[in-house]
Design a protein around this ligand. Structure first.
Ligand code: FAD
Length: 470
């Protein structure tokens, strides 16, 4: 017979002690309220294990009782993967596993527990003269386990890859409570399937990550940053190619932002000063890293070459750390500012980089046909082929009416994305938001393989039930 929520809380309390369990509705709220406020299902309880052995104890208990567990890090995920779907699940918060276990400069690795906040991982690396190059606007809350389980991207994927590329090995508790000990700093180890790559990006459906070996890098001497005014996404694409040809892997970021983003942020007082060199239909935020012993000026020289070739109109160069911060704030605030312009309809999509101008042009026209007056706000990681293809509601429209039409806009955008050979979820994952899309669009053979893996590793389906595969 199924346990009541009171029995679940009581059994967890006797397993880990009462301070590790949260069962009061008010105290559970911070673990249930996710950033986009789309999902509102309660949990049976929240449990906060203090160490790996306690994680194992909770998982063994849940497996025996057939209770669903939802691993949670910082609760910043954008697809509802970290919050309940049914209402009878227990959220396992990894926030107390928050130690950086080791930093090995020679090997270029940091071993961090799942609950380490991303920003604290940055600080730990910096304290040793190194850098962990995964930057997200949510880094003050997102935690290593969540970042890996959602294979997060962010603004430096161009140079350093997604979370997956930054992870060498993981330690994880499997659905039956066994510990998979896969922490390693080996660059070469061809001894069978890459189990780390199964767990990274699994959204907590295959195991609970308790720690990971992460790649760290030498800190650059400096950054060269500019906000470049470009006439169109086509020009931005050409500028990207020029910069990549000149800077190679030192080109850390190439982010596209439309003029409407600047208008929004100035209107809502989100920028202390305009970081651009003047009005322009589009801006490219570009950043190069400069390693020790190299001369400054590479970005300026590249932009001068771009100017001669007619690829850009003008550019604002960051002259100080404050300028750089202001430019990045402009980029990072793009998501937040949209909420001040009424309802927004969002798509986290990727296409081959060369297809981005076509995606933006065709997608904007298609959305306008579905909802006249809708305002396209496409921005993001152009250098990775990943655009957050968002739309703000028509001015004066009823936000509820707009959101009731969102499926028609989604369909129009996804049709174009798929035609261009792209993905309907570039970096935010599937969670509960895109389960139906995955079923409908993913290659059937790939889906069968995914189900086979899930059944093999979690036969009772206790790990993040209903997420990703449905
Ligand atoms: C303002 C803002 C900006 C963002 N920017 C970006 C961005 O640029 N790029 C990007 O990719 N994402 C971005 N995100 C999304 C989000 O921050 C990332 O997905 C982040 O990696 C999630 O980390 P988290 O610790 O909050 O995970 P959570 O939200 O807690 O969980 C995310 C997923 O991981 C699972 N999980 C959590 N911990 C574990 C664990 N220890 N073991 C197994 N599974 C686990 C959960 O079950 C869930 O499936 C942004 C979000 C916000 C709010």
């Amino acid at each position: 017979m199924a346990l009541s929520t009171a029995e679940i809380a009581a059994q967890l309390s006797s397993l880990l002690g009462p301070t590790a369990v949260i069962a009061d509705a008010g105290d559970m709220a911070p673990y249930l309220n996710e950033p986009r406020k789309r999902f509102h299902t309660p949990a049976a309880a929240i449990v906060r294990p203090a160490d790996v052995a306690q994680v194992q104890a909770v998982v063994r208990w849940a497996n025996a009782q057939g209770i669903g567990l939802i691993p949670q890090g910082g609760n910043t995920g954008l697809v509802g993967a970290q919050v309940p779907l049914r209402g009878d699940e227990v959220i396992v918060s990894l926030q107390r596993l928050d130690k950086v276990r080791a930093i090995d400069i020679a090997a270029g690795t940091m071993t961090a527990e799942a609950g380490v906040i991303l920003e604290n991982a940055h600080k730990a690396a910096e304290a040793e003269g190194a850098m962990f190059p995964l930057w997200l606007a949510s880094q003050g809350s997102a935690r290593i386990g969540g970042v890996l389980s959602s294979n997060a991207g962010g603004v430096n994927v161009l140079a350093f890859g997604n979370a997956r590329e930054l992870c060498m090995g993981v330690e994880a508790v499997l659905a039956d409570g066994r510990l998979y000990q896969g922490l390693t700093s080996l660059k070469k180890d061809n001894t069978g399937y890459d189990l780390k790559d199964l767990l990274v990006g699994a959204e907590g459906t295959l195991g609970i990550i308790t720690a990971a070996t992460l790649k760290i890098f030498p800190q650059p001497e400096d950054h060269e940053t500019a906000l470049v005014s470009v006439a169109s996404p086509d020009m931005a694409l050409e500028l990207f190619q020029l910069l990549r040809a000149r800077a190679g892997s030192r080109l850390n970021a190439f982010e596209l932002i439309p003029q409407i983003g600047l208008e929004f942020q100035l209107r809502h007082g989100m920028l202390t000063r305009d970081p651009t060199a003047g009005p322009s239909p589009w801006y490219a935020l570009v950043e190069l890293s400069r390693m020790k012993g190299t001369e400054p000026g590479a970005l300026e020289a590249a932009l001068e070459a771009g100017l001669e070739q007619g690829l850009l109109e003008t550019a604002a160069m960051a002259q100080s750390a404050a300028d750089r911060t202001n430019m990045w704030a402009f980029r990072e605030q793009m998501s937040e500012v949209q909420s001040r312009e009424g309802a927004s309809i969002k798509h986290d999509v990727s296409v081959p980089i060369a297809a981005i101008p076509q995606l933006i042009a065709e997608g904007s026209a298609a959305a306008e046909r579905v909802m006249p007056g809708i305002r396209p706000v496409p921005f993001g990681h152009m250098g990775d082929g990943n655009i957050h293809f968002n739309f703000s509601q028509p001015i004066g429209a009823d936000p509820k009416w707009v959101m009731a039409q969102d499926d028609a806009v989604h369909e129009a955008i996804y049709e174009i994305v798929l035609k261009l050979g792209g993905s309907f979820s570039a970096e935010h994952g599937i969670g509960q938001l895109k389960v139906d899309l995955l079923k409908r669009i993913k290659d059937p053979v790939a889906l069968e393989m995914m189900h086979a893996i899930k059944t093999a590793l979690d036969p009772k389906g206790i790990l993040n039930p209903g997420k990703m595969l449905g």
